[in-house]
Design a protein around this ligand. Structure first.
Ligand SMILES: C[S@@+](CC[C@H](N)C(=O)[O-])C[C@H]1O[C@@H](n2cnc3c(N)ncnc32)[C@H](O)[C@@H]1O
Length: 268
């Protein structure tokens, strides 16, 4: 990338719902770009975004069956950076929020900045935002832990039973190859076994899928923990596990605050 030929990069989120979630700032970023790259969830969404700019290029072809997703992600980063390197003002649009459970925007921005190019991220409405609205969850009330489902299996994570636990990419839980579109009984049984360390087998979980098209309602199916092995998970399902315990007081901290003069003691 030569000094005289520097382009710029802005990564935007298109939100979850066709036509309804694109913010004015994201729309403006698209319209002011020379070229727009797209990684969105639905061909209809692609068609709609193509109507907003004359040079829209889909990144979907980067995915090849049986090839680890990371290869596709790197290919996407390379395509985006190549255009930036040609001195173009590049907009890369991702469904939801471009930086939530999505690595391409973060990688492309890091690489562009290292090359001395201006690169920014514009937030979008993520699946989590829709989930809070549709399921009536305030993450500030009990706290809320979010994990990628496979990472949750592969590592020892500390689950707080007094907070919500949200597992992303549950449809491909346990996929060590990073190439599969769906995983099966063995991986689900591992997830069941891990969750049973914390939750009773009748604990009610919600399989959540935000609406992506207008006039369609979200999916919010309740399933007992013991039944997750046979539950109907899709690539776009998110698993919501409600708390089973109440927060335990930290008396040392309370006493310190009391001594410091905070005598209101109205913590819930
Ligand atoms: C690679 S992440 C992309 C997340 C996206 N960047 C966002 O901001 O929501 C894919 C995961 O997001 C969640 N997801 C995607 N679409 C969803 C939907 N319509 N409803 C609920 N969760 C969804 C699922 O957990 C899915 O496995």
């Amino acid at each position: 990338m030569s000094a005289t030929q520097k382009g710029s990069l802005i990564c935007i989120g298109t939100g979850m719902m066709l036509g309804g979630h694109l913010t004015p700032r994201a729309r403006s970023a698209m319209q002011h770009a020379d070229v727009v790259f797209l990684a969105v969830s639905h061909p209809v969404v692609e068609k709609w975004l193509e109507s907003l700019h004359p040079d829209v290029r889909s990144l979907q072809d980067c995915y090849q069956p049986g090839v680890p997703r990371d290869h596709a992600y790197q290919k996407m980063v390379n395509m985006i950076l190549h255009a930036v390197g040609q001195g173009q003002k590049v907009c890369a649009a991702f469904y939801g929020h471009p930086g939530v459970f999505a690595c391409v925007a973060h990688r492309a921005i890091d690489a562009a900045r290292k090359a001395g190019v201006q690169a920014t991220m514009e937030p979008g409405i993520s699946a989590a935002d829709c989930l809070y609205a549709d399921l009536g969850i305030d993450p500030g009330k009990t706290g809320c832990q979010h994990y990628e489902a496979t990472q949750f299996l592969f590592y020892r994570r500390i689950v707080d039973p007094a907070a919500y636990l949200i597992l992303w990419q549950v449809g491909i839980v346990g996929d060590a190859t990073h190439a599969r579109l769906v995983t099966g009984t063995t991986e689900r049984e591992c997830l069941l076994r891990k969750l049973r360390r914390v939750y009773p087998e009748d604990h009610p979980l919600t399989i959540y899928e935000a609406a992506t098209l207008p006039l369609i309602t979200c999916r919010q199916d309740t399933v007992a923990l013991k039944n997750i092995v046979t539950a109907d998970f899709n690539q776009h399902s998110t698993l919501v596990i409600p708390p089973i315990a109440v927060c335990q007081p930290d008396n040392e901290m309370r006493q310190m605050l009391e001594k410091a003069g905070d005598t209101q003691q109205n913590w819930q």
